[in-house]
Design a protein around this ligand. Sequence first.
Ligand SMILES: Nc1ncnc2c1ncn2[C@@H]1O[C@H](COP(=O)(O)OP(=O)(O)OP(=O)(O)O)[C@@H](O)[C@H]1O
Ligand SMILES: [Mg+2]
Length: 333
Amino acid sequence: MITVKDLRKDFIKYERKPGLIGSIKSFFNAKKIITKAVDGVSFTINEGEIVGYIGPNGAGKSTTIKMLAGILTPTSGSILVNGIVPAKDRIRNAFNIGVVFGQRTQLWWDLPLNESFTILKEIYNVSEADFKERMKFFNEILDINSFIKSPVRTLSLGQRMRADIAAALLHNPKILFLDEPTIGLDVVAKMKMREAIKHMNKTFMTTVILTTHDLDDIEELCSRIIMIDKGKIMYEGSLDEIKDVYGYMKTIKFECAEAVEVPDLSPLGLAPADLSAEADFRTLTIRFNKHRLNVSEITDFVLKRYKVLDMSVSEPPIETLVANIYETGEVVA
Ligand SMILES: Nc1ncnc2c1ncn2[C@@H]1O[C@H](COP(=O)(O)OP(=O)(O)OP(=O)(O)O)[C@@H](O)[C@H]1O
Ligand SMILES: [Mg+2]
């Protein structure tokens, strides 16, 4: 459905020196600064997939989405969106895609929301029957009617985002590009947004690319993620694989009846990197590599030595794992 090959986008800036003399000097020999916002990205997305496009601030996510939507022209490389080159055929591309930029509305600022929908209906040739049915659906899931008569500029952020996604879905596009669709939404609004995306994907096999900093969006929606940093893909695969590769250390906390000391772990026969213990008054904490030992082996070991009142098992949250990858820039093989 979407093929991207060796895609690049350079932004060129000319450095200006301060002051009048500086700006005259800069006029003749300004230093050229090139930002490689997208630096050789390739991927394929199949029909009906929901793919999370994630990465730290400034990674090049929005720039990629803008090129896919035909808003920006690539410096080099190729893009095919449902057989169309977006930058060459913006209008035809527009009929296939729906776009939401969470940071900025696509709606007419001063018009009441319902008029925006009427205009979009005409632009995209949506039939009266489809229009009615979809508006009903948007109201059911996104509660649009409660603010449909208000001018867009008066809507709250959450209302505006719901309006934006409804506007992007009105012509039932084959492909959805969502750039931070849940930014600034409260918990309930986020759930509704995710529900709307899931529903469209299930009912119409809508293909979705989603950028977000909320990894719950990814866990709930995406079968696959593409992670980029500094314009380059650093990981492609499932969240589960990341958990497996980075999140293999589990922690068990035992609440004991009396004060404890760190036990001798040598009977378990593992190196400290794979197994370690900490004692803090009545709490014994054991960290272990889940590929080497399982929870029951650890609990057997501890229960034989201590009187345990309570225990809990935890794994590092996905946020921590992803933050580690962003920070270290380590690429998963
Ligand atoms: N129009 C532009 N002119 C010059 N530089 C730009 C332009 N748009 C983006 N950039 C630069 O390109 C890089 C990638 O920006 P982009 O907006 O794609 O990042 P992003 O991954 O969407 O980040 P965020 O998570 O903060 O939204 C940044 O260094 C940014 O400053
Ligand atoms: Mg962005």
